[in-house]
Ligand binder design. Structure first.
Ligand SMILES: NC(=O)c1ccc[n+]([C@@H]2O[C@H](COP(=O)([O-])OP(=O)(O)OC[C@H]3O[C@@H](n4cnc5c(N)ncnc54)[C@H](O)[C@@H]3O)[C@@H](O)[C@H]2O)c1
Length: 252
C-alpha cells in the first residue's frame, strides 16, 4: 500500500546543537525550510540563521546546566545532537586532558542533551525523533585518533540504549555516521594530520576526498537531508539505527 508520509516538519519544534558549524548550520536551514520551528545553540555569541539562538559552552558545567534547562523549556519534537570537537593522538600521546575535553563535549554534553530531550518528550507525551551525530570513526579505531573514535563509538551505543528505553514512549532515536564532510572541522583535522603524518597543509583533505568511492568529500547538506528524513514520518518505523552518509567509505 502506498503511504506517502510527509517530509514537512510544520508544527514541529526542532533543536540543533553545534548550530554554527558546517553540518549544524545546514540542519538548521533544512529543518526551517521544511516548516520546522528551529532553536539553535553553539558556543559563539551570535548565529545568522532561521532559528531562535542561545549561546552555551557545553564544556562548562553551568553552561551545560543552562542548556538542559533551555531544552526543557523548548520541549523539542526533533533534536539534532551534533556539537563535537576533534583532536588527534595515539594511545602513546593522547593524554587525559585531551580525553576530558573530547569526552566532555562529544559524550558528556551529548548525553546531557539526549537525557534532557528524552525526559521532556516523555513528560509531554511527544512522539519525538532524536538524531545523534556519530562518525565513521565510531565504527572502528584509528591508530592516531584514539579518543575521538572512542567518543563516537559511545554515541552509537547511547543511540541504541536510548532507542530501546524510549521505544515504549514512541520516541525514535537514530544516529548518522558521516564519512568525510567538507566543514570548518576539516581545517582542524587537516592541520593535525599535517603535523602527525608530516604532510603539507591541504594534502590530507585532498587525499581523503579522492579515496571516497564516490570520489569527493560530502557537503553538509548531504547530512542535513538524511536528518530531515530521520526527523519526519518518512522514517516512522526506524529507530536504533546508525545510518552512514559517507559516499561508500564504509567499504574502504
Ligand atoms: N565533518 C566531518 O567530516 C565529520 C565526519 C564525521 C562526523 N562528524 C560529526 O558531525 C558533527 C558536526 O561536525 P562539523 O564537521 O559540522 O563540525 P564543526 O566544527 O563545523 O561544528 C561543530 C560545532 O560544535 C560547536 N562546539 C564545539 N565545542 C563546543 C562547546 N564547548 N559548546 C558548544 N558548542 C561547541 C562548535 O562551535 C562548532 O560550531 C560532529 O558531531 C562531528 O563529530 C563530522
Amino acid at each position: 500500500m502506498l503511504n506517502a508520509a510527509p517530509t514537512d516538519l510544520t508544527g514541529k519544534t526542532c533543536l540543533v546543537t553545534g548550530a554554527v558549524g558546517g553540518i549544524g548550520a545546514s540542519a538548521v536551514a533544512h529543518f526551517a525550510a521544511q516548516g520546522g520551528t528551529v532553536y539553535a545553540t553553539d558556543i559563539v555569541p551570535r548565529f545568522n540563521g532561521p532559528a531562535t539562538y542561545r549561546a552555551f559552552d557545553l564544556l562548562d558545567a553551568a553552561g551545560l546546566e543552562q542548556c538542559t534547562q533551555w531544552v526543557a523549556e523548548i520541549k523539542p519534537d526533533v533534536v539534532f545532537n551534533n556539537a563535537a570537537i576533534f583532536d588527534m593522538g595515539s594511545v602513546l600521546d593522547a593524554d587525559l586532558d585531551q580525553y576530558d575535553r573530547l569526552f566532555g563535549i562529544n559524550v558528556r554534553a551529548f548525553y546531557a542533551v539526549l537525557q534532557a530531550a528524552s525526559k521532556s518528550m516523555v513528560a509531554n507525551g511527544q512522539h519525538g525523533s532524536i538524531i545523534n551525530l556519530a562518525s565513521q570513526a565510531g565504527h572502528r579505531g584509528e591508530a592516531l585518533v584514539a579518543h575521538y573514535c572512542a567518543t563516537k563509538a559511545a554515541v552509537i551505543s547511547y543511540t541504541q540504549s536510548a532507542a530501546l528505553a524510549l521505544a515504549p514512549h514512541k520516541i525514535r532515536v537514530n544516529a548518522i555516521s558521516p564519512g568525510v564532510i567538507d566543514t570548518p572541522m576539516w581545517a582542524t583535522v587537516d592541520a593535525l594530520f599535517a603535523k602527525f603524518e608530516d604532510k603539507e597543509l591541504g594534502q590530507k583533505k585532498r587525499e581523503v576526498g579522492e579515496a571516497v568511492p564516490l570520489g569527493y568529500m560530502g557537503d553538509p547538506s548531504d547530512v542535513a537531508r538524511a536528518a530531515v528524513f530521520l526527523a519526519c514520518d518518512q522514517s516512522a518505523y526506524m529507530t536504533a539505527q546508525t545510518i552512514g552518509v559517507d559516499g561508500g567509505t564504509v567499504l574502504r
